[in-house]
Design a protein. Structure first.
Length: 266
């Protein structure tokens, strides 16, 4: 997969769609956002990660400094489009000069490398392009099957997996995800984390999922989710309907999967 080409083409399509969309149009897949905020978001994201890569940021303090240095949000659609274009070029320039193995900060503690940013931005650009098309009332244009399968895998390995160190972590179901067109399969441990936040005192009870390991209890309730890689990716990221995939299995396992998707990606 040529990730730079994907980021460029998806970001350009995103901007093309939003350039002729009412800036006040609500984004159905990002509640509370309008088209102008969506446009600003992708440009802001690209500018942030370009700076992290360029400035060799390797810790939270450096990332916070990059965030604090962000310029004010542009006021007009034309200015937002220009800022997005410049930010995407800056990101692509940095990704083109750096190898995946080089260390850089990321918000995902297990992977502090340039490769994480390259993968994350592939899927972020793709799914925000989908957001733009849905906001404009357009059909969702094609997603390359390899990109779609990668987006599902990124959910399994990253987007669904957050569990704070202080929380109790329980497994609920053993689920197999099957992309029927690419042949990709993911065996997933779906569960929940819960407990009282040590600083806030807030009670939490949240869904989570991660790639199943050899120590995953085989006696857990089981389910299977299948569909094309495109439909699986849209469903997994909360951009497509449940009816687009086939979800079957034990009632408790099906309920655990539904809860995970309804919670959304944090």
């Amino acid at each position: 997969m040529d990730r730079l080409a994907v980021i460029r083409s998806e970001s350009d399509r995103f901007a093309e769609v939003l350039s002729s969309t009412d800036p006040a149009a609500p984004v159905p897949t990002c509640p509370g956002w309008d088209a102008a905020q969506l446009l600003h978001h992708l440009g802001e994201v690209h500018a942030f990660w370009a700076a992290v890569l360029r400035d060799d940021v390797r810790d939270d303090e450096g990332a916070e400094a990059v965030e604090a240095a962000a310029p004010p949000r542009p006021g007009t659609t034309e200015e937002l489009l220009d800022a997005r274009a410049r930010a995407t070029e800056a990101l692509l320039e940095q990704l083109a000069r750096l190898d995946d193995e080089e260390p850089r900060w990321s918000w995902w503690p297990p992977d502090q490398t340039v490769g994480f940013t390259r993968r994350m931005q592939t899927y972020e650009a793709t799914l925000h392009r989908v957001d733009a098309e849905l906001t404009a009332g357009l059909p969702i244009s094609a997603i390359d099957p390899e990109v779609a399968a990668g987006a599902v895998e990124h959910c399994v390995d990253v987007m669904w997996g957050y569990v704070p160190g202080w929380a109790q972590d329980d497994s609920t179901a053993l689920v197999e995800l099957v992309a029927t067109d690419t042949g990709d399969r993911w065996r997933v441990d779906v569960g929940r984390w819960h407990g009282t936040g040590p600083e806030s005192g807030t009670e939490f009870d949240m869904a989570r999922a991660r790639r199943a390991g050899e120590d995953t209890d085989p006696a857990l309730p089981t389910a299977t989710v299948s569909g094309s890689a495109r439909d699986m990716a849209l469903w997994a990221w909360g951009r497509g309907p449940r009816s687009a995939v086939e979800l079957s299995g034990d009632q408790d396992a099906v309920a655990a999967v539904d809860r995970l998707i309804e919670q959304g990606i944090q």
